[in-house]
Design a protein around this ligand. Structure first.
Ligand code: ZN
Ligand code: ZN
Ligand code: ZN
Length: 108
């Protein structure tokens, strides 16, 4: 499956960093704890490792028959909830048109 070009997610170079500080991911708009992340210093822009490696489409072990397509913003049908963890999706999302299922990019 094709990975989305990093430049489509952010116009500048993102540096890979490991900090022992919590941060806020500008992709999925969820907090990040201690982990690898991709950061643009000049914009104060951070992405989870997973959110910096999103694909145009993906599958998940849990929903083997569904193809999920990546969206930078939740498709416009009100508040959507991740079918896997039950939390609201605020930013990056994988959406399956056929089953109407949503997944956070940080797939467990
Ligand atoms: Zn993220
Ligand atoms: Zn930037
Ligand atoms: Zn989730």
């Amino acid at each position: 499956m094709l990975e989305i070009f990093r430049q489509e997610l952010h116009p500048h170079n993102l540096e890979q960093k490991i900090y022992n500080l919590s941060y806020f991911c500008d992709g999925c708009r969820e907090p990040g704890i201690v982990s690898r992340r991709f950061r643009c210093e000049q914009c104060d822009f951070d992405l989870h490792d997973e959110c910096a490696h999103v694909k145009q489409s993906t599958t998940h072990d849990f929903y083997k028959n569904n193809i999920f397509t990546f969206f930078r913003e939740p498709p416009d049908h009100g508040s959507i909830v991740c079918d896997l963890c039950g939390d609201f999706v605020k930013g990056f999302v994988y959406y399956c048109e056929e089953s109407k299922k949503n997944l956070h990019p940080m797939l467990p």
